[in-house]
Design a protein around this ligand. Structure first.
Ligand code: C2E
Ligand code: CA
Ligand code: CA
Ligand code: CA
Length: 277
């Protein structure tokens, strides 16, 4: 009897230890977090370089764990993209942005919020009816929501072109994000019905240095002008970079020189202070 009891209790203890060591897979954890809506959106101001006013913000997702830890989007967005969880995450993003910003957007038709749409979203096209519905219900203008799509979204060019056309037909401005960091060719860019181009911060960093990329930056700007694309420069950190961009005819900029991404209420206060000057 004794050895049998020992065996049973050993097995039981073993099971308890095994269960306690089983961590949920990252994918499972993310799926649960989406269901529990553990995400907030922070807003990074976008500045009109001609007058210094805040005319827009980029919506950036933040995962806030129940234990209070914050998880950066570069850690969970790629996982969401690989597992198909990006679609419910994008739905949640749209819902949060409208919830946070509808009042401000209705009060100021000159204000815009830019949202990031993944390649997977662009291909499935499912985000657009969700967005259109949310926009219509909230009484804001479709033109007040901008869409940022990364170059990866454009690799399958025909799909991308029709998704971009549909988004523009619904009234949104569409920008290519992180331009120059991916694989997109100039011919691809030329064939897409885009409105704007975001210069990646690596090209802004290179301004006024002798890095090889600093040679490329003026060409990106020239090319965007040539293609009649609006330009938004990201990662602007110094007055020197700002002055360069303004002189080069870049109309819009965002970066730590102006502000980091802020919670909704702090963004509203930032904008009010900035535009009252
Ligand atoms: P991104 O679209 O290139 O976003 C800009 C990133 O640069 C943000 O990082 C922002 O905080 C950071 N940044 C802005 N200004 C400066 C600056 O002056 N200096 C420096 N060093 N960094 C600056 P964040 O918020 O960590 O976002 C990382 C990436 O996560 C984003 O890169 C975007 O690709 C992705 N992401 C964020 N939110 C979403 C979302 O809602 N949906 C999707 N699909 N992707 C998102
Ligand atoms: Ca972006
Ligand atoms: Ca970007
Ligand atoms: Ca970037």
């Amino acid at each position: 009897l004794l050895p049998m009891g020992l065996l049973v209790s050993t097995v039981l203890v073993g099971i308890v230890i095994w269960v306690s060591r089983q961590r949920l897979s990252p994918e499972k954890e993310l799926a649960i977090a989406i269901r529990r809506r553990e995400f907030v959106v922070h807003y990074q101001p976008i500045i009109d370089l001609s007058n210094g006013r805040c005319v827009a913000a980029e919506a950036l997702l933040r995962w806030r764990r129940p234990d209070g830890r914050w998880i950066r989007p570069d850690l969970f967005i790629p996982l969401a993209e690989d597992t198909g969880l990006i679609s419910p995450l994008t739905d949640l993003l749209i819902e949060r942005v409208i919830e946070d910003q509808a009042e401000l957007l209705r009060a100021d038709r000159g204000l815009h919020i830019s949202i990031n749409i993944s390649a997977r979203d662009l291909e499935s096209g499912r985000f657009l009816p969700v967005l259109s519905d949310a926009v219509a219900r909230s009484g804001i203008e479709p033109s007040q929501i901008w869409i940022e799509a990364t170059e990866q979204g454009f690799i399958r060019a025909e799909i991308a072109a029709s998704a971009i056309k549909a988004a523009r037909a619904a009234g949104h401005m569409v920008a290519i994000d992180d331009f120059g960091t991916g694989y997109s060719s100039l011919s691809l860019l030329q064939g897409l019905p885009l409105d704007a181009l975001k210069i990646d911060k690596s090209f802004v960093e290179a301004i006024a240095t002798d890095a090889a990329t600093s040679v490329v930056t003026p060409h990106i700007i020239d090319m965007a002008h040539g293609l009649k694309l609006r330009i938004i420069a990201e990662g602007v950190e110094t007055r020197e970079q700002e002055a360069y961009l303004r002189a080069a005819g870049v109309p819009l900029a965002q970066g730590w020189l102006y502000s980091r991404a802020l919670p909704a209420a702090e963004f509203a206060a930032f904008r009010q202070g900035r535009n009252a000057e």
